[in-house]
Design a protein around this ligand. Structure first.
Ligand code: NAD
Length: 286
């Protein structure tokens, strides 16, 4: 297929490369010229604008930082896309924005899906992302050959916006677990208990989680090289709170986690890994 790819950053760059490896023709565009050049060096086509990336494409993918960038780029895709185009927004944005874009696309005969991902840069490079997709079932089926080149767990979770809601729930749980593991480390150390031995036991019992499995050693060593940056998690907690407000539900833990992530950022840790929530809990106790 001919794929237009807009947003070739940490995630989008390797995802576009995987589509090339799968035999698709990929025309990429990024406001940062060096990103577009990197795709061209791997065998992609460099576009000089969003319109150029969209022209003649069967599928267009956006992998942009946040809702405002999608709101800026989506109208151009809808203007230049042919009727029948599949438009997959894989950025993490507000469910409400995804629903609005999908409705505008529908009026132009363009099939839009929200398809945010989890799995980080490693998953993007290896093509092992988890992808949660919102939109019409027949559009999901049509997008599967593309999505399978990018991820191993690809699930249709409901209508437009549902993919973003699932991603918001994912970020809430991840943030909450980091906050609790941070408190566990502070408690163990303040009580004179070896945190490595303590967390080893936790990881093997009911408290076990993927975060404990992958991150307990780096957290105890205070290694916070990203990974997934605090700044991005701050953006995602904003999405969680907005989605909760729109759904009319109260999520007190989400509010607390959002404040802890905001504190990490305010303390200057925005570019550290989100496991640096530990620094915030430590600061509360020193
Ligand atoms: P990034 O900042 O590395 O990449 C975004 C790219 O979009 C940049 O290269 C930027 O130059 C480009 N861009 C911005 N505005 C543009 C515009 N108007 N037109 C064209 N290009 C534009 O971010 P990323 O880490 O690749 O994340 C992308 C999305 O994926 C975010 O929504 C993020 O929350 C989500 N995500 C990231 C990770 C991760 O581990 N990094 C994991 C899962 C999901």
């Amino acid at each position: 297929m001919t794929v237009g790819f807009v947003g070739l950053g940490i995630m989008g760059g390797p995802m576009a490369a995987n589509l090339l490896k799968a035999g698709h023709v990929v025309t990429g565009y990024d406001v940062a010229e060096e990103r577009t050049a990197q795709l061209a060096a791997k065998g992609g086509v460099a576009a000089r604008s969003v319109a150029e990336a969209v022209a003649g494409a069967d599928v267009v993918i956006t992998m942009l930082p946040d809702s405002p960038q999608v709101e800026e780029v989506a109208p151009v895709i809808l203007e230049y896309g042919e009727p029948g185009l599949l438009y997959l927004d894989m950025s993490t944005i507000r469910p409400e924005t995804s629903r609005r874009v999908a409705e505008q696309a529908r009026r132009k005969g363009i099939r839009a899906l929200d398809a945010p991902v989890s799995g980080g840069e490693r998953g993007a490079i290896d093509g092992t992302l988890s992808i949660m997709v919102g939109g019409a079932a027949e559009d999901f089926d049509a997008a599967l050959p593309i999505l399978r080149a990018l991820g191993t767990t690809v699930v249709h979770v409901g209508p437009s916006g549902a993919g973003q809601t699932v991603k918001a729930a994912n970020q809430l749980v991840v943030g909450g677990v980091y906050a609790l593991v941070s408190e566990a480390i502070v408690l163990l150390e303040a009580s004179g208990v070896d945190p490595v031995a303590g967390l080893d036991v936790l990881a093997g019992g009911l408290a076990g989680s993927r975060i404990l499995e992958l991150k307990r050693h780096s957290m105890v060593k205070r290694e916070f090289t990203p990974g997934f940056r605090v700044d991005l998690h701050h953006k995602d907690m904003g999405i969680v709170l907005a989605a909760a407000r729109e759904a009319g539900v109260a999520l007190p833990m989400a509010a607390l986690v959002a404040q802890l992530v905001a504190a990490a950022r305010a303390q200057g840790h925005g570019s550290l890994d989100h496991s640096a929530l530990l620094k915030v809990v430590e600061r509360l106790n020193t």
